[in-house]
Design a protein around this ligand. Structure first.
Ligand code: NAD
Length: 316
């Protein structure tokens, strides 16, 4: 099944892969992005591009009049540290911007909204690892609160306006087009530093773990989530899916894998641990497997190869 979809944030890292995945499945794709972080070169040629801020009347109007079947919302303020320094800016983009789009989607008869949430932050510091969707939601940072608030707004407005909503709770996504300057992009940071012959900076003892999922697997999960029959029931977590691998990998292992793929021995530079950083993180993906029929297909080392190629050819 295909139709017409608006991908916000489609000039950015994950959104541009999602736009490509929809096009491959025969969808008519429009990308909305303000290019505050994304780049026009990331947008697939076959997609139409509208440059606008998600908080603007134009963005609401596009959804209200654009005859979209689906809204896939990936535009956001993504930096935890920015949310700590400027919580009102973060909430303005991630909460008010989302609400503006949901209002437009309701007016325009959009059937389903897919929202990029974050499994790395909405659970806070969870007791159970890999963490299931039903775990307590106790975000620590303003960014985590804005993502969780987004899920609540999606739940409320979809009930009022009669569309369906899905929350995609990602682990650490990696792959081509991830900005090495972004805080979330430790894999990109390591690859770019190693290519430049610089040491890799490890905070703390390097034994902290994360769950790394390849961006093309994430894009495929989004296309599936756009058409799958959603679970019945009014529980908060019913339309939420962890998108991850459930595999924990620590920073030292990460550095070693990057070194192996690049054929260079990484030099490590240890720095004090960062305040507030989680020690372990991995997400349970049983539900995405069961309901979406999705399972990650890219092994971590296999995903590093296209990332390295992108750095060598295209990253500027
Ligand atoms: N990268 C990860 O590991 C990860 C993990 C969990 C959740 N997410 C979420 O996935 C989504 C995409 O993240 P990404 O890593 O691709 O980031 P990104 O910065 O590459 O993409 C975000 C895009 O949104 C655009 N944008 C920002 N503010 C905007 C605004 N006000 N109006 C219009 N466009 C705006 C930017 O220009 C950029 O192109 C975000 O919602 C993020 O919170 C990402």
């Amino acid at each position: 099944m295909s139709g017409r979809v608006l991908v916000t944030g489609g000039a950015g890292f994950i959104g541009s892969h999602i736009a490509e995945a929809y096009l491959k499945e025969g969808w008519d794709v429009v990308v909305l992005d303000d290019l505050s972080r994304g780049h026009e070169r990331n947008i697939p040629k076959a997609a139409r591009f509208v440059r606008a801020d998600i908080r603007s009347p134009e963005a609401r109007e596009l959804l209200a009049t654009g005859r979209f079947d689906a809204l896939n919302h990936h535009a956001a303020q993504i930096d935890v540290r920015v949310s700590v320094d400027q919580p009102a800016l973060d909430a303005g983009i991630n909460v008010v911007g989302l609400v503006n789009l949901l209002d437009g989607a309701g007016a325009g008869g959009v059937k389903r909204v897919i929202f990029a949430s974050s499994g790395g932050v909405v659970y806070g510091d969870p007791d159970v690892i890999p963490t299931p969707e039903t775990a307590p939601k106790l975000p620590v940072s303003p960014y985590g609160v804005s993502k969780l608030a987004g899920e609540y707004y999606l739940r409320a407005i979809r009930a009022l306006r009669g569309f369906e909503g899905v929350a995609m709770r990602y682990a650490n996504v990696f792959g081509p087009r991830q900005d090495p300057k972004s805080e979330a992009g430790v894999v990109s940071i390591f690859v770019s530093r190693l290519l430049e012959g610089q040491p890799l900076v490890v905070f703390g003892d390097g034994r902290q773990t994360r769950d790394y999922v390849f961006v093309r697997d994430v894009a495929r999960a989004n296309v599936l989530a756009t058409t799958v029959k959603l679970p019945d029931g009014g529980e908060f977590d019913a339309p939420a899916f962890n998108i991850a691998t459930s595999i924990e990998r620590n920073v030292l292992e990460l550095a070693e894998s990057v070194g192996q793929v690049l054929g260079r021995k990484p030099e490590l530079e240890f720095a004090p641990p960062r305040a507030g950083e989680l020690f372990r993180s991995a997400l349970d993906i049983g539900k995405a497997k069961r309901v979406l029929g999705w399972t990650p297909e890219w092994k971590f080392e296999d995903g590093l190869k296209p990332l390295v190629e992108w750095f060598q050819k295209e990253a500027r």
